[in-house]
Design a protein. Sequence first.
Length: 344
Amino acid sequence: MNIENQVLGLIKLSEYIKEFLAKDQKDYNEADNEFELLLKRSEIENPWFTIENQKFALKEWTSLLTQENINNWIGNYSVSRTPKRVGLILAGNIPLVGLHDVISVVLSGHIPLIKLSSKDRQMVPFLLKKWNELSGGAVQSEFVEKLENFDAVIATGSNNTARYLEYYFKDHLNIIRKNRTSVAVLEGNETPEELQLLAEDIFRYFGLGCRNVTRIFIPEDFVIDRLFESFLNFQDIINHHKYANNYDYNRAVYLLNQDKFWDNNFVMLKEDDKLFSPLSVINFSRYSSLEDVKKFLAENEENIQCIVAKNELGLDSIPFGEAQHPALDTYADNVDTMRFLEVV
């Protein structure tokens, strides 16, 4: 019965968020004003979390948390009859990035012990409290500063942090996630509309997510200006002070080092084989053989979250514009969290 109440509460939570997002601010009631204030407080604490990006993330969750989607997702897994305490060390690079882990632990029949990221301390507690209310008190959770008395742990951090976490939690069942990024492979005949969708995969959340594209493979004869033309819808990104600081810094470094790069005054393209690029920079490389690209992708599989490309290229890819729209059964680092929670 608990799981039914939890699912029902989750659907009600989705409807609550959807109604809030659909309202004009002049029509807000007291609860809506509280929600809006929370978004503003979150942006003040972490300027990367703009109101727009927070609302984008919330809207994504409303499209995911339907009865059909939830039932199709959890129907593939068994629910624990003996709840365990699962420690969660949440990331804070993009809004609500840790919510999937929280929902997974609850719907698998366990109790999440949540250590929030210092960069994202507002929204998850608010939504979890509301979920519990809407499910009649069926959602158990704890917020902690230090993980103690737990049966398993799911932690997300940088590659350096992950080494420490792997050692610290070596005697516990664990999932330790590391840095990942995403890539795009162009065939060369993409339409302007497809390239504009690719821009969404690059610039949403300022490029801070593991699903953001930071490296593009292009054919040898591809005209770079086509990319810049497709990016224009995101030119206002340079008006964000933290993004602009990164842009100015990286541009200055390239000029001092006399590196070759292409610049359109809000993002730089650099011909570079590195998978990860600095914020405000997109690495690209030209290819003559798709087999060479496939070889690179295979060799760097553990560092790649997703590949954006046309289906006909025969890669394990997602369509342009879909990088920031993961499904409920899309897991970070491609490790099935729900399957892991079955054996806790």
